[in-house]
Design a binder for this molecule. Sequence first.
Ligand code: FAD
Length: 622
Amino acid sequence: MAKIEVKVPDIGGYDDVPVIELLVEVGDTVAVDQGLATLESDKATMEVPSSTAGVVREIRVKVDDKVSEGTVVAVIEADGGKTDGDDAAGGQDSGGKDKAGASGDGQAGKEAASRSEAADGAAKGEESPAQAPARDAPKAAAASGRKADVECAVLVLGAGPGGYTAAFRAADLGMDTVLVERYPSLGGVCLNVGCIPSKALLHAAAVIGEASHAGDFGIDFGTPKIDLDKLRDYKDKVVGQLTKGLVGMAKQRKVRVVAGVGRFVSAYELQVDDGEGKSQLVRFEQCIIAAGSQAVKLPGFPWDDPRVMDSTDALELADVPSKLLVVGGGIIGLEMATVYRALGSEVTVVEFMDQLMPGADRDLVKPLADRLKKQGVAVHLKTKAAKVEAQKKGLKVGFEPAEEGGEAPEAQLYDRVLVAVGRSPNGGKLDAGKAGVEVNERGFIPVDRQMRTSARHIFAIGDLVGNPMLAHKATHEGKLAAEVAAGEKKEWVARVIPSVAYTDPEIAWVGVTEAEAKEKGLDVGVGKFPWAASGRAIGIGRTEGFTKLLFDRATQRIIGGGIVGVHAGDLIAEVALAIEMGCEVGDIGHTIHPHPTLSESVAMAAEVFDGTITDLYIPRRK
Ligand code: FAD
């Protein structure tokens, strides 16, 4: 078989462009157009595509090498002159083929097998959105032999943000699509019991906060009167508007929605039970699993007592408890603490770790911790709620220090306890093994850079493929999976995923954190702009925030950023875009931002790092 040298193509006249990542290894099977290496010039990041399908026999460059048009990147042993559009590379991964055979569905099987091999190389990339599937995946069960009630090209299991996005994109790409959902309302956790209802309630909390703050500049709205029924209705209306919109969009796209709980029967079959004795067998050619996650229920808590709540219960807003304990000082716990404090509850937060919102830089969390303290929210760090006893008068909670020798508060009586200690993936509840899909011991489904599972015609996306469990990650993955299922040659390329806590103040961060940079020994410079120097922040009386950007000292490129302050969640998008675009400090500082806005703080943080800031005085180092 011919050995073909794959060279750097025309890259816009740039010379000596550094190789920043190798995407394949010797021995990998690659498809036509599959990326072999990533190059990064001053202005762009690009991949060197393979001009042929085959097996990588040599890699002639390494990371940090400088290359130009014509430099040989790799030598591929071509597999018989495959051309673009024919991505059956004949690789060593027989997983897809075996499973296709087991299914008894020849056509779908062949297609799945050929696609599986095309994706094989992609699975070896460094930065997978999740963990790559193992090679010892479970063997799929034999086809049931039953007649299918529903047949489709693509089945999407779960109608959360990942699932409905995948289904809509698949339909838009011309595939006959079925969406299976166990609940009557589409939209999953995010729309029904997550992002959307929590933000509707946080809006109410923010209005209460603003109104009380208005007293500082001479406007007195008095003590707010809270009509809980109306507030609940408002939240439900917001949710209803969005979920009904999804039903309409599914109809417009001719996506068929099948209601019921789905479980795999074999590699190409899913049984859907409606809970009333009726079941349907859906046969699919390809499948996208988007079954999401659920709240972790701490063992030993009296969960049959309605005063013990998870986030779904807390969003129901049954009442405003006089005393609320929030177990878990992460994003969800602190958002709900913000809501209930604004509505009038006396709130206590216990967190096992030594800071609130573990994962965010400590300095970002401090303004929030200070404000919570000012509002009378008690926070106990390095503490765990060890024992909860349901009594008539309330829930008696005993505490223990997280570490031996530490201190813990006395046991207390609370009207309600909200447990917000994380979410666990639903991967283990789908009989996925019967479809040949590997599920790890934690319930996550490993996927490659194209969102393919160990059964190559089955994709998985969203919360059940790994952290961060965020809606915008799920939707991004949903689109990718649908496009790959439609035959597009794509893989995960996003560099960063932003995180936001919609607390008051908001905290948002993206890319490398300062703590992470320190831990990894990265040579970074930090530009930090305090909002105390922002005209806009002073005007709205919210100067406790700041914006900080992290730059790689060698390249002057932005690699991370964090913002704390009102609207930080909206502001962080610019930082994410700057990282994706490979912006240098000058690109950000020289972009003219409108004045007076909080967005200026992003440019000013860049100027602080650059030493060109005029809105602050920073004494020169002698
Ligand atoms: P899900 O939304 O969990 O959807 C999965 C769907 O699959 C569900 O509808 C489920 O009923 C269905 N399903 C599961 N198993 C089956 C089965 N066997 N058969 C049929 N159907 C099945 N993220 C953000 O980005 N921003 C936020 O502000 C935010 N706020 C949040 C606030 C709260 C209180 C919570 C709990 C979460 C929040 N999240 C937020 C996280 C976000 O909701 C999730 O990351 C997102 O919903 C994940 O989407 P998904 O499509 O993977 O799964």
